[in-house]
Write a new protein. Structure first.
Length: 326
């Protein structure tokens, strides 16, 4: 079968389509034939070596498809099941693969394969951020939160989910068009950080109090100002660094900014067990099936155009979710 691999870290040109043999699943594994594959910024980190992988390496963390074979010890899936996943190790950019079954979930019939491929990593990320990564005292209806890159794949899901929770989500984006999109999808307020001082706007929106939590996948470009957006005892929740990693800082500065908290989150800590994965996925499936969250797929690329897909993602030309078609 065809699979995308890298032989060394680097730019999009390192993504090579090659023929790879697919074997039989072993203990705790399945073989899945993909119908669609999701694209995420973590794929860029893997490709560039920011998150190093043993080489040569497969790329990609989420997909949907049909279970073709089930190894010993797997009881939650059977041959013929429709399935979707966000999972380690990387390798979803392919036609079929053998992989651990632990984080593969049966896909409800009400959700199509394209949506299933686009929603798992981004949707589960939004789930753990809003439901499991909360400031001291939790989040209550009417609370303000700041969400950077609100028009991206995770951001548009978070805008909708936050609205359904009664939260006042303040979304930032880099253009007026992206701000309008975030507003359409449920952001209570939007800020174009290319033309506005988002700290001043956050203080204005919150009556000078600041937000309870900042959800930040941008990193270096937003880090320092994000800390200034927090109210006392607020939480800075970092879950990515699309602009590069933040500079090192002295923990003592957190005291001067109101005894604030900082955490660096990753999805794979939250889906470390089969039970946790299924619980989070069930919450996500329910949100999508009931219409609380609509998965917007704005870009589709054939697998053969994976290089261009990465170029567009890094250039911030994309909105919503992106999938690779097979």
């Amino acid at each position: 079968m065809k699979a995308v691999q890298i032989n060394q870290p680097g730019g999009p040109e390192q993504l090579k389509i090659t023929d790879v043999a697919v074997g039989e699943p072993g203990e705790g594994q399945i073989r899945i034939r993909h119908k669609a594959v999701g694209l995420n910024f973590i794929d860029v980190y893997h490709r560039t070596g920011a998150y190093p992988l043993p080489l040569p390496a497969g790329i990609g963390m989420e997909a949907s498809g049909i279970v073709e074979a089930v190894g010993p010890g797997v009881t939650h899936l059977k041959v013929g099941d429709r399935a979707a996943y966000a999972s380690q190790p990387p390798g979803s950019y392919c036609e079929a693969r053998v992989m651990p079954a632990k984080t593969v979930c049966k896909l409800p019939d009400a959700i199509d394969f394209d949506t299933g491929a686009a929603m798992m990593l981004k949707g589960l990320t939004a789930q753990y951020l809003l439901k499991r990564t909360q400031p001291q005292g939790g989040l209550k209806e009417g609370d303000h939160v700041l969400f950077h890159a609100a028009a991206g794949g995770v951001g548009l899901i978070a805008c909708q989910w936050a609205r359904s929770m009664g939260l006042q989500l303040i979304g930032t984006a880099g253009s007026d068009a992206k701000c309008a999109l975030a507003k359409e999808y449920g952001a209570a307020h939007v800020i174009n950080y290319a033309t506005e001082d988002f700290v001043a706007r956050v203080k204005e929106i919150t009556g000078g109090k600041g937000v309870k939590v900042v959800y930040d996948s941008v990193g270096k470009d937003t880090w320092d100002k994000s800390l200034d957006c927090l109210r006392p005892f607020g939480l800075m929740a970092s879950f990515g660094a699309s602009s590069g990693p933040p500079a090192p800082f002295a923990p003592a500065i957190l005291a001067g900014k109101g005894s604030i908290y900082v955490t660096r989150q990753t999805l794979f800590s939250h889906i470390a067990t089969r039970e946790a994965t299924q619980e989070m996925a069930d919450d996500l499936f329910d949100a999508v099936i009931t219409g609380k969250v609509k998965i917007r797929i704005d870009q589709r690329y054939p697998l053969e155009q994976v290089e261009q897909a990465h170029r567009d993602l890094e250039a911030r030309k994309t909105t919503g979710c992106t999938i690779l078609t097979l």
